[in-house]
Design a protein around this ligand. Structure first.
Ligand code: GTP
Ligand code: MG
Length: 419
């Protein structure tokens, strides 16, 4: 059959677990979006309930045969399972159905490969893909050698497997070396930024929550936004426009449930931007019916990055798409009494208020000073204007009389006056 990019989807969930049907349905809808984003056309979907997962086929054989027939009728040549399959499962299902088999991880890896534009992004994606292939090779290889039968026989499959694995490992090693060089360079820019002493907030949230749109609204920047998952892969930094304290925001890759661990590992350096930030701007799309479980996913990812205890402001976005009731309810159930903001990043509603709230976060972490700075050291005043929050400033005969608040990291600016 010719490749026609038409795909069927199959989700499998366990009947023994409660609430899994709803989450499997949602997960399948999400997989459908992911599959389309990967460039395939979804022509049919199916959800199967099972009492346990089948180690050989993951799903039921009857179901798979049924889907093979459906694929024939609809001229689909690909079956995407909403699971993470082992190499041998992929091979078994493919042999049973005659279809090309993909799973959630492969689809996400594919989207990342399509979207990666920078050298660093591309290297990270390729490493993730190779790691993924290496894991699956093992599964497929073991199955092959078992089929080969006799103990002690080294089937051709396994020899090929060894060669492939060595090849993959060599390639991964080269890529990692290149990536390390790039990281070194990026770390330098991060250190530069620290030297520039700007307070940094990382924008995080589920993919498609509106992170880049929010960044554009706050920084009057022109970042790429799109109604599609993983529009942003590479971190971008911009200054908030006209804020009382200079603040740098970083837009970064979105989170998603079941994010393949190969990707998390490969994108470690990108995600480090979140770990190094002074505070977190969490964005939630409250027009998504699943926004609460998306918040859980984000929370877990923040925990993994050890960024869950950083000061945080929670931005509930896309208020233009919901009823006031939804907003009221979120306010009511604010159990952790987090700092909340309700905005429409696209329409600009609530952005001015958000800017004011954003400034409060670093301000509360800043140390207050009242100094008289001699005129022959007026460069200090201009440096302070750049990074400090100035409460009051007066020019006296002794010098500039200034009350201000400054971040710990910026104390260097006034150190000469403190001795
Ligand atoms: N109606 C409405 N749409 C919005 C709002 N904010 C963002 N969007 C839309 O939501 C979609 C996703 O926005 P992005 O800013 O690309 O989302 P993101 O979180 O950066 O997504 P990824 O980078 O893909 O993870 C785009 O089509 C935006 O135009 C909003 O306040 N209201
Ligand atoms: Mg984005």
């Amino acid at each position: 059959m010719q490749e026609n990019n038409k795909a069927l989807l199959l989700g499998v969930y366990l009947t023994s677990e409660e609430g899994t049907k709803e989450s499997a349905e949602y997960s399948l809808r999400e997989l459908s979006e992911l599959t389309e984003a990967a460039g395939l056309e979804v022509v049919g979907e199916s959800l199967q309930a099972r009492s346990k997962f089948d180690p050989t086929y993951a799903a039921g054989q009857g179901k798979l045969n049924e889907l093979a027939e459906l694929a024939d009728a609809l001229e689909a040549d690909t079956l995407v399972l909403d699971l993470n399959l082992s190499g041998s499962q992929m091979r078994n299902i493919s042999e049973l159905t005659g279809l090309k088999i993909l799973d959630r991880t492969l689809i996400i890896l594919d989207i990342f490969a399509l979207r990666a534009t920078t050298m660093e992004g591309r290297l990270q994606v390729e490493i993730a893909q190779l790691n993924d292939r290496a894991t699956r090779l093992v599964g497929a290889g073991l199955a092959l050698s078992r089929l080969g039968g006799g103990i002690g026989t080294r089937g051709p499959g396994e020899t090929q497997l060894e060669t492939d694995r060595r090849h993959i490992q060599r390639r991964i090693k080269t890529l990692k070396k290149n990536l390390k060089e790039l990281h070194k360079r990026r770390k330098l820019t991060r250190e530069n930024r620290e030297r520039n002493q700007l307070i940094t907030g990382a924008i995080v949230g589920y993919t498609n929550a509106g992170k880049s749109t929010l960044m554009n609204a706050l920084c009057e920047s022109d970042l790429h936004t799109m109604d599609q998952v993983f529009a942003t892969l590479d971190p971008t930094a911009r200054r908030i426009k006209d804020s009382d304290i200079p603040i740098l925001l970083i837009d970064t890759v979105g989170f998603i449930r079941k994010l393949p661990h190969q990707l998390v590992e490969a994108f470690q350096s990108t995600l480090e931007e979140v770990s190094y930030a002074d505070f977190i701007v969490e964005v939630t799309d409250i027009s998504d019916p699943e926004f609460e479980s998306q918040m859980d996913t984000v929370e877990r990812q923040l925990e993994n990055l050890e960024a869950d205890t950083k000061p945080r402001i929670h931005v509930f976005n896309k208020i233009d798409l919901v009823d006031q009731q939804v907003i009221d309810q979120i306010k009511e159930t604010n159990r952790h009494s987090e700092i909340q903001a309700f905005v429409s990043a696209r329409q600009g509603t609530g952005i001015a208020e958000l800017k004011e709230a954003l400034v409060e976060i670093p301000k509360s972490q800043m140390l207050p000073f009242h100094l008289v700075i001699p005129f022959d050291q007026s460069q200090i005043v201009s440096e302070l204007r750049n990074v400090a929050y100035i409460d009051n400033i007066e020019y006296t005969e002794q010098g500039t009389d200034i009350s201000f608040r400054i971040h710990q990291g910026h104390l260097g600016i006034i150190s000469s006056l403190l001795d």
